[in-house]
Design a protein around this ligand. Structure first.
Ligand code: ADP
Length: 261
């Protein structure tokens, strides 16, 4: 037990350190982003310079995404919770997601036929979805199909192996399913751990799913993972519906959106 708490403490200091560095780094990246955008935009920039500036900008954008992930992971940034419909998260992100996965992967987005209103940090939920989609993309180097489905559900038989276990009640559910390489049981067991990655150096941080897990649990929810080697992976996020007294972190506001039933 002592060893465990020491491990937790080390992780926490590491988180603080990473958060601090990420914050300062973000400010530097903002400067690089702004000036490279300026070089791209000024009228007399030659094509070669513009192409180089675009490379700088793309690298800085990737750096920004990484530091944002670190900030969320380190929880240096407090969650700012509000009500929103999960359907809008997927609808708003669809363009970005399609560009992220490329033309070889088909995105099938299936919104719920009714609102799925939750209380959470919208930016963090965006980030969680993006992390899942990035993993799905990496799992399908030769293309495939990515399904993103939003729904509402009572905890039913798709909710086995939930981490952590959740109180019974109605939840919003986001399913992200790919037809990629899949994972062995051994890998599946470890993927929520920070810094666990099977990707080559420089490609993976091992923070993607640890971040998703942190975000989902902070919102009072949980997730489960189903994967088969050579078939694909399905990850389901369960988030308490805003208007469900059994599961919601906040009291319902009766005049706002219905709970979807
Ligand atoms: P990273 O993507 O930086 O490696 P993650 O925490 O997001 O970190 O993922 C950890 C590991 O989980 C990945 O390296 C990969 O082995 C495995 N993984 C995650 N998502 C998938 C997926 N959709 N299909 C196959 N493997 C996956």
């Amino acid at each position: 037990l002592a060893e465990r708490s020491q491990h937790a403490q080390r992780l926490q200091s590491l988180g603080h350190l990473a958060g601090g560095i990420a914050h300062d780094f973000n400010n530097l990246l903002a400067i690089i982003l702004n000036y490279s955008a300026f070089i791209i935009d000024v009228s007399d920039t030659g094509d070669a310079v513009r192409a180089d500036a675009q490379k700088i900008r793309t690298a800085a954008e990737r750096g920004t995404a990484l530091t944002r992930q670190l900030l969320v992971f380190a929880r240096g940034e407090p969650a700012s919770t509000r009500r929103f419909d999960l359907n809008t998260v997927v609808a708003d992100a669809q363009n970005l997601l399609e560009r992220t996965i490329g033309a070889d992967i088909t995105l099938i987005a299936r919104p719920a036929s009714h609102p799925a209103v939750i209380n959470a940090d919208r930016g963090q939920i965006d980030q969680a979805l993006l992390n899942l989609v990035l993993n799905a993309r990496d799992a399908m180097p030769d293309g495939g199909t990515l399904i993103i489905e939003v729904g509402t559900t009572d905890l039913d038989d798709t909710a086995i192996d939930l981490q952590p276990a959740l109180p019974l009640g109605s939840y919003a559910r986001v399913l992200v399913s790919d037809t990629g390489v899949g994972m062995s049981r051994e890998v599946t067991r470890h993927i929520l751990e920070p810094f666990f990655t099977t990707k080559p150096k420089g490609r993976g941080t091992g923070l993607g799913l640890a971040t998703v897990y942190g975000i989902v649990t902070q919102a009072g929810g949980g997730l489960n993972i189903y994967s088969e080697v050579g078939i694909g992976t399905t990850i389901r996020l369960y988030l308490p519906l805003a208007d469900n007294p059994a599961t919601s972190a906040e009291t319902a506001e009766p005049d706002l959106a219905p709970d979807g039933t």
